[in-house]
Ligand binder design. Structure first.
Ligand SMILES: [Zn+2]
Length: 197
């Protein structure tokens, strides 16, 4: 286990729906434990990657504020929320804290400091926009991630070079239906003389 057991129950309770908070004694902790174990086992990011995100979230002021909002509840209107958290307003119902990690659904919320590095990892192999977005969707999220992926790919020098080196495709001619219906000519050179064929 990569986190101390002391982190476990408070985080479990913070993840558990708010209406159950008054019935802490009745919580079936073991069921939640099983759920979390299964969730983490199925989670695709490596332990090292998760630790890296956890540390970055702990150092990020927006993530700290978001965790408080998840635990204590959001205000009734966006303008009452901290400015840096307003971009998360529309997904507030999907945010949770699992073992100290701020998650959106089943993906890790990535703080600003890690986003550039993650974009580079997502674009490893120089795959196209669609593949990169699919790859990201499995594990990571932040507001505007789709646009950031597109910008990263459009400004990738390797991809730009690849695009300009694409050879012209061969255009097949339609087959003729009768003799001499289609006549083709070509130029040829032999021993210094030029011919039209
Ligand atoms: Zn590229």
């Amino acid at each position: 286990m990569w986190l101390g057991s002391s982190f476990y129950i408070p985080d479990t309770l913070s993840w558990y729906p708010a209406e159950a908070a008054d019935e802490k004694d009745d919580l079936k902790i073991s069921e939640i434990e099983v759920f979390e174990s299964q969730f983490m086992a199925e989670f695709r990011a490596s332990d090292t990657r998760i630790q890296e995100v956890l540390q970055a979230q702990m150092a990020d002021t927006t993530c700290k504020k978001l965790k408080k909002l998840v635990q204590k509840g959001w205000p009734w209107k966006p303008s009452a929320a901290p400015v840096s958290c307003r971009a998360f307003w529309s997904v507030q119902g999907e945010l949770s804290i699992i073992r100290g990690l701020l998650m959106k659904g089943t993906t890790l919320v990535i703080p600003t400091a890690l986003r550039k590095g993650i974009l580079t990892r997502i674009h490893i192999g120089h795959m196209g926009t669609k593949k990169c977005i699919e790859r990201a969707r499995a594990t990571v999220w932040w507001p505007g991630i789709t646009n950031d992926i597109k910008t990263c790919i459009f400004s990738c020098e390797t991809c730009l070079k690849e695009k300009t080196n694409i050879p012209e495709p061969l255009i097949p001619s339609p087959l003729s239906q009768a003799p001499l219906e289609v006549v083709g000519t070509d130029l040829a050179e032999r021993k210094g003389k030029h011919y039209i064929i």
